[in-house]
Design a protein around this ligand. Structure first.
Ligand code: ZN
Length: 197
């Protein structure tokens, strides 16, 4: 439990100034700060050097992108958004039906369920899964490789398989999966750069 930050105007709820797992709090980045933040994440993953010092610098650079705080009173549903100068601004729900747990994890559905797979789609799905298996196998073998050149060979197989998987996912319209595969590939690239090259 933290100390009280302020009490909602309704008087029924006290917002705590803690870093606990607050179900009523969110951290918000305006769009004009979001893209620079994502670029900083990419730079940290791709360019941070192998030393602890370089990694610490990359983390510090990321933490410089400070999100603003958003709080919702679970009692009355009032939303407080932190302004540019750090002051909270209160917004009231327009109707009684507005949820009072907007920031509960999972309260917002992530993506609609995919439509039932057509036969052509099923074949693509099999190819996609096969590329993913190949990629993961090559990545595992990278660790077991007996020499630097063997590891580089496995790395290049893994990259190729993941590129194939990403292309296949895009052709199937599986954008979220394509993005997850891209993130996995970036992770593998970072591991290779830091441990094998
Ligand atoms: Zn309230």
């Amino acid at each position: 439990m933290g100390s009280v930050m302020f009490t909602c105007a309704c008087g029924a709820f006290r917002f705590l100034d803690s870093t606990d797992d607050r179900s009523y709090a969110a951290h918000l980045l305006p769009e004009r700060e979001w893209y620079p933040f994502m670029e900083a994440v990419d730079a940290a993953v791709e360019q941070a050097g192998p030393s602890p010092r370089e990694r610490a610098d990359a983390c510090t650079a990321l933490r410089a992108h400070r999100p603003r705080l958003a709080l919702q009173c679970p009692a009355c549903g009032a939303l407080y958004l932190e302004g540019r100068l750090g002051q909270p601004h209160r917004f009231l729900p327009a109707a009684g039906t507005v949820p009072r747990d907007l920031f509960q994890p999972g309260a917002v559905p992530e993506e609609p369920a995919p439509p039932p797979a057509a036969p052509a789609h099923a074949e693509g799905r099999e190819r996609l899964d096969a590329f993913k298996r190949l990629g993961e196998e090559a990545y595992d073998q990278m660790y077991e490789a007996s020499s630097g050149s063997a590891a580089t060979g496995c790395y290049s197989d893994a990259k190729e398989a993941f590129h194939d998987a990403i292309r296949e996912a895009r052709e199937l319209g599986l954008e979220a999966e394509a993005r997850a595969l891209e993130a996995r590939l970036e992770h593998i690239k970072a591991v290779f750069r830091s441990q094998f090259s």
